[in-house]
Each structure stands twice: as structure tokens, then as C-alpha cells.
Design a protein around this ligand. Structure first.
Ligand code: ZN
Length: 498
């Protein structure tokens, strides 16, 4: 037995022997009180009553929360609370989040809940026992908050705090799955979907984060098909499609990078689960006009792929690189073979998405992750060659600059794809390049071919040769004096390889 444990037991025994059986003014039993290391005493039923009563003065509540926070820095007290007295703390702490309309108090409650659930008790229990006690308590909090959110009738600022606490618990939960603690998944999601449509940006951000956490832990009504045998597949499609639509609508409207990040994280999870096909074939009501007199909206059924195209433009031009990369990743996964039709890719081309990607590439300052993400996303548009080639012409100066950058580095992974895009453009529009562009490209290709002697991707060698042939066909090449020299130099390199 640890020294602290011994000390506590001694104190408890002394208290039971010499002090009155009921020490609290309300007559609660002493066994329901928590002895603190400083010699104080926290009566848990009184603590619970104080936190659950909306008439309690907030400075009293704050003081009680402070005392409990301080008390649990003692591992013995923390273990006692987790093991024996969880009943007295879970419900009152959750109530406090909804009862008091006080931001500072809510922060105090959330910090205390997080500490109670996830604070290490420094080896008093074995790691397995401590983990189990922690996941049991956090499971109780998750269950209580999920019930509260599932049953809520109207949204207000208090739900934002509740959602924030829920997000903190879901993020650190270390049990098998939070699913076991969430009883009313359908009602919870139905309410969360309502929250997604409310005008508060902050609320929507919190809801998105919670849904993201639930989806990544497979806690969604549509992940559990057995629970909805009659219309399992329908509800799967409808639930996920509604969620994707609502998320895209938020992504389209928001100017906040934090909300964008939550939207993108959630969309990437949903695409990873294969929900893109159901939503890509769906429609949404586009509000064209609001006739003020009749107060009727004139709407048009528009494919969701158009909403997707509109929604990703803002994030692509965000000043936050992480958001740009996530958006490019989303485009890549959406357009990957088998995930969407040529018709849908064509919609994105008509909506100028390749132009946006070229702009990201142009402003990338050759930063590796952005260059990689842009080039691999652009490559997928080559499946709609005819429409995309028009865009390639506009992006050619940027592509040449990227190709020049990749040619200076050995085995740059984006080089074959960048070269392929340039080759496609030059072969489709032989007259498009200016004399100086042809000269620049010939120099780049020569340096790539020279590098091929020392080992490059075989694909790079073949593409460089094909592109060289294409530029020789270009009318601009005849005006370049040293083109013959470059051809000779490039051929020497090529012959060595052959
Ligand atoms: Zn009491």
C-alpha cells in the first residue's frame, strides 16, 4: 500500500471513530464526503446539488469546481472518485453545462471533466486498471451527453458548450468504441443535422467536429445496418448523402479556416468509407431567387457535383496550406478511377476547377506537398482529354516552371506526371508555345535526359523523348539557333541509355 493510501485510510478511520456520523450541514453521511490532502472535506451530494441548481450563485459553483479540481491532483482522491463516486459527479457536471449560461464556468467544467476522465493517476493502479477506470468514467460522460444532445429540443449557446465537451471526450476516449455508450444514435444524428443548418458558425464548427469524431469511430446510424434491417441501404444512402450535402453547403458559405478544416476532414472520412457514389448521383435544391412578396423560394434541382465544385473553390484559394492540401486530396479521392463518372469530371472542368489548381500551383513557391498534391489531382483530369487540354494551355507556363524545378532534383516523384501533362499539351496544340518557351523546354528536357544516364524513372526517359519530338514539330522550334546543339546533346544522353 502506498504511503498516501495508508494516510487516507488512517484519516478515514480516525474520522469514523471520533467525528460525528453526519458531518455535512444537510445531514449527508460522512462516507459520501471526499477527504482532501489539505485536510478539507468535499460533500459529494452537496456538490451535486449545487451544480444542478440553476439558482446557485455562479461564484459558489466556480469555487466548488476549483476545490474538486485541486483535490483530484491527489491520485488517491482521483481513484476514489473514478471507482466509487462517479454517480455523484457525472450527471451534475453535465447538468452544469446546460444549467448555467456562463462561458468561464463552462470552461472550468470541461477542464474538470477532461481531468477526471483522462488524468494519469501516476501508477497507483496498474496501467490496465487505470485505463479501464478512465474509459468507464469517460463512457458514462459520453452516454449522458449523447442522451442530452439526442433529446434537446432547441439549439442555443449552451449546446455549443455541451458539444465542445462531447468533442473533447470523443477525442481522448481510450476504450474500445464510444458506440457502446451512445444509445440513441438516430435521434442524436437527427439533432446534429439540425445543428448543421443553423446560422451560428461556431455551433456548426462544433457539430462538424463531433460528427467527424463519431464517423471516424464508426458511430453513425448508417454504420450499424443491422439496427435498421427494413430500410438499411436506403437509410445508409440518405443519411450519408444528407450529411455530405450539409457539409458542402457549410464549406461553400464559410470564410473560417477552422470550419473549412472540419468540413474537409469529415468529407475525407466519408469518401474513405465509399459514400461518394451515393452523393455524386444525388441532387440538391439550388435557391435561385427569393420572391419577397410570396415569401417563396424559387429553386432548381442541381446535381450535387455542382455544389461540390462550388464548395471547393474557396478552400483551394485559402491562405492555409493544410486546407489547400486537404482540398486537393479530396479532389484526388473523388476523381480516382471508379469513384465518379466522366460526366462528373467534365462538370468540374466546366466549373474551372483545373484553373483553380493551376493557380494553387503557381502560388505554391514549389513547396513539395502542394506541388505533389496539385500534380496528382491534375493528372486525373486527363481522362476528359478534349475539355481538359484547353485548360492545360492556360496552365502551361506554370507547368513549365514546375517541370524546371523538378528537373533539378533527382527522382522527383511529380516529374513524370508533370512531364506527361506538358507532353499532352504540346502534342495537342503544337503551335501554342512561343520560341522562348520551346527553348526553355528543350533545355529542361536535355537536363532531364542527361540525368536519366544516372538513373531516373524509365517512364521519365520515354516521356522526355516524346516531348522532345513534339517540340521539334512545333513551328517555334525552327527559330531557335541552338536547337540542333540541344538535340545532339539530348541524343548523346539517350543513346547512352539505350
Ligand atoms: Zn452534504
Amino acid at each position: 500500500m502506498e504511503e498516501r493510501d495508508w494516510w487516507h485510510r488512517e484519516r478515514q478511520e480516525a474520522a469514523e471513530q471520533y467525528l460525528p456520523h453526519n458531518v455535512c450541514g444537510k445531514g449527508h453521511r460522512r462516507s459520501l464526503a471526499l477527504e482532501t490532502a489539505e485536510g478539507g472535506c468535499i460533500c459529494l451530494p452537496c456538490f451535486a446539488a449545487l451544480l444542478s441548481d440553476p439558482r446557485s450563485p455562479s461564484h459558489h459553483v466556480s469555487y466548488a469546481l476549483f476545490q474538486l479540481s485541486r483535490a483530484i491532483s491527489d491520485p488517491y482522491v482521483l481513484r476514489e472518485l473514478r471507482g466509487k463516486h462517479a454517480y455523484f459527479i457525472v450527471s451534475p457536471l453535465v447538468s452544469a453545462l446546460s444549467v448555467f449560461d456562463d462561458e468561464a464556468l463552462a470552461r472550468q467544467v470541461i477542464d474538470l471533466v477532461s481531468d477526471l476522465c483522462f488524468r494519469r493517476d501516476n501508477g497507483g493502479l496498474g496501467e490496465v486498471d487505470e485505463r479501464s477506470a478512465s474509459s468507464l468514467l469517460s463512457g458514462d460522460f459520453i452516454a449522458r451527453i449523447a442522451d442530452w444532445l439526442a433529446g434537446t429540443q432547441a439549439w442555443s449557446r449552451r449546446q455549443i458548450r455541451m458539444l465542445h465537451c462531447f468533442g473533447v471526450l470523443l477525442s481522448s476516449f481510450n476504450g474500445t468504441s464510444p458506440a457502446a455508450h451512445i444509445r440513441e444514435q438516430a435521434a442524436l444524428f437527427s439533432n446534429l443535422f439540425v445543428g448543421l443548418q443553423l446560422p451560428s458558425e461556431e455551433l456548426r464548427g462544433e457539430v462538424l467536429f463531433v460528427i467527424y469524431k463519431l464517423c471516424s469511430s464508426n458511430v453513425t446510424p448508417w454504420d450499424d445496418l443491422d439496427s435498421d434491417i427494413d430500410n438499411g441501404i436506403d437509410s445508409l444512402d440518405a443519411g450519408a448523402t444528407t450529411l455530405v450535402r450539409l457539409t458542402l453547403e457549410i464549406l461553400l458559405r464559410t470564410q473560417y479556416d477552422e470550419v473549412r478544416m472540419n468540413c474537409l476532414a469529415l468529407l475525407l472520412i466519408l469518401v474513405g468509407k465509399g459514400f461518394q457514389s451515393s452523393f455524386l448521383n444525388s441532387y440538391h435544391n439550388l435557391v435561385l431567387e427569393e420572391a419577397s412578396k410570396q415569401k417563396e423560394e424559387i429553386t432548381q434541382q442541381t446535381p450535387l457535383i455542382n455544389l461540390f465544385a462550388d464548395a471547393i473553390k474557396g478552400p483551394l484559394l485559402s491562405s492555409d496550406e493544410e486546407i489547400q492540401i486537404r482540398t486537393l486530396d479530396l479532389i484526388f479521392y473523388m476523381l480516382s478511377p471508379g469513384n465518379c463518372s466522366l460526366k462528373q469530371i467534365l462538370v468540374l472542368v466546366k466549373e474551372d476547377i483545373p484553373d483553380y489548381i493551376f493557380e494553387v500551383l503557381r502560388l505554391s513557391a514549389n513547396k513539395e506537398p502542394i506541388v505533389m498534391s496539385c500534380i496528382r489531382a491534375l493528372t486525373l483530369f486527363t481522362t476528359v482529354e478534349e475539355a481538359f487540354n484547353q485548360k492545360l494551355v492556360l496552365g502551361l507556363p506554370t507547368l513549365l516552371s514546375i517541370l524546371h524545378y523538378t528537373s533539378q532534383l533527382p527522382l522527383h516523384p511529380a516529374q513524370p506526371q508533370a512531364l506527361n501533362l506538358v507532353c499532352n499539351c504540346v502534342s495537342s496544340f503544337p503551335g501554342i508555345m512561343s520560341t522562348s518557351q520551346v527553348e526553355d523546354l528543350a533545355l529542361i528536357l536535355t537536363s532531364i535526359l542527361k540525368r536519366c544516364i544516372n538513373g531516373e524513372y524509365p517512364e521519365t526517359f520515354l516521356l522526355a523523348c516524346s516531348t522532345f519530338v513534339e517540340i521539334l514539330k512545333s513551328p517555334s522550334s525552327s527559330g531557335i539557333q541552338k536547337i540542333g546543339e540541344l538535340v545532339q546533346e539530348a541524343s548523346r544522353g539517350s543513346t547512352n541509355i539505350l
